[in-house]
Design a protein around this ligand. Structure first.
Ligand SMILES: Cc1cc2nc3c(=O)[nH]c(=O)nc-3n(C[C@H](O)[C@H](O)[C@H](O)COP(=O)(O)O)c2cc1C
Length: 309
């Protein structure tokens, strides 16, 4: 059999498009700015790299501890520590410009104006192939989930980004809502080219010795295998509600996990926490998907996207 075609178009409605050679990408905040991992794995083999979330100004993040292990996952309260968009454009984008793998920049605004400004600054930067709009961060006091929890605010942030860039725009949804499909429909209506879901679920842990919250910021976001069934169900629900491509994310550690998300309706997957225990997780997943397609005589990925719908 001819080698299967794993390529996927993530922004069919966008004039620039966003073609991925395969559906395996990195979840924001778990793969740095990409270059850190280039010494560990061949990052050019990935479908795309989604970099650490970026804000207008650099941020120091939340008090330590910021990462606590839980059963089947981790709680994090990083608080969007990042270098700021100017440094990203100056120091990171030139490296990405030399790569064949597309890099998508995850952005977080504290207001609609900030989302607009981030989009404007990133538009036309060589090395940046798309924007992921983070309206779902549970670890900041302003912005993030404030936008992701209401259909109106989510649409406003999407609209602000779309109005200021021709880059493909992916909106990243929060699971900390009553009806994720309602938010999905609102951002698609506002022009999102694609959606990614889910971000982390709010949670906490208490340290028995100190009798205090284990995280410096009290609460945090839960990720890892423990959240996979929730993420999968949400992807399935959203895939019934919208027509745009979906990037599935949440607890994906193996090729079987990734295939479940693809069957549920995801055109691509993002791998996050799994990379902490296996830095090669993305490539192992990619190889596993390919083996599955060969074994099952699937010629094109599109044949199995949404198979379970
Ligand atoms: C340490 C850490 C930092 C993260 N930082 C970001 C971020 O900057 N922006 C964002 O949209 N999501 C961020 N996330 C959420 C992940 O991108 C992903 O949505 C979530 O972890 C679920 O996927 P996983 O279970 O595969 O890790 C972060 C997650 C972790 C664990």
């Amino acid at each position: 059999m001819k080698s299967p075609d794993l390529s996927v178009q993530l922004a069919p409605q966008n004039s620039r498009g966003l073609r991925l050679a395969n559906p395996v990408t990195t979840a924001s905040g778990t793969f740095g700015y990409g270059a850190e991992y280039a010494e560990v794995i061949d990052v050019q083999r990935l479908g795309a790299i989604i970099c650490k979330g970026i804000t207008l100004k650099p941020r120091h993040g939340n008090p330590q501890p910021r990462l606590v292990e839980t059963v089947g996952g981790v709680l994090n309260s990083i608080g969007m520590e990042n270098i700021g968009v100017d440094s990203l454009i100056r120091e990171k984008a030139p490296t990405w410009a030399g790569w064949s793998v597309p890099v998508i920049v995850n952005v977080l605004g504290q207001s609609t104006e900030e989302y607009a400004e981030l989009a404007r600054l990133l538009d036309g930067v060589t090395g940046v192939s798309g924007i992921e709009v983070n309206i779902s961060c549970p670890n900041v006091s302003a912005g993030g989930m404030e936008f992701g929890a209401s259909p109106e605010a989510a649409a406003e942030a999407t609209d602000a980004v779309k109005a200021n860039t021709t880059l493909p725009v992916i909106v990243k949804l929060s699971p900390n809502v009553t009806d994720i499909a309602e938010i999905a429909c609102a951002v698609v209506e506002a022009g999102a080219d694609a959606l990614s879901l889910i971000n982390t679920l709010k949670g906490m842990s208490i340290d028995l010795a100190s009798r205090r919250p284990a995280l410096g910021n009290t609460g945090g976001g839960l990720s890892g295998p423990a959240i996979k069934p929730i993420a999968l169900h949400m992807v399935y629900q959203v895939a019934q509600a919208v027509e745009v491509p979906i990037m599935g994310c949440g607890g994906i550690s193996t090729a079987s996990d990734a295939l479940e998300f693809i069957f549920a309706g995801a055109s691509a997957v993002q791998v996050g926490t799994a990379t902490f225990t296996n830095p090669r997780a993305t490539l192992d997943i990619l190889e596993g998907i390919k083996r599955f397609m060969e074994k099952e005589s699937v010629h094109q990925l599109s044949e199995i996207i949404g198979a379970a719908k």
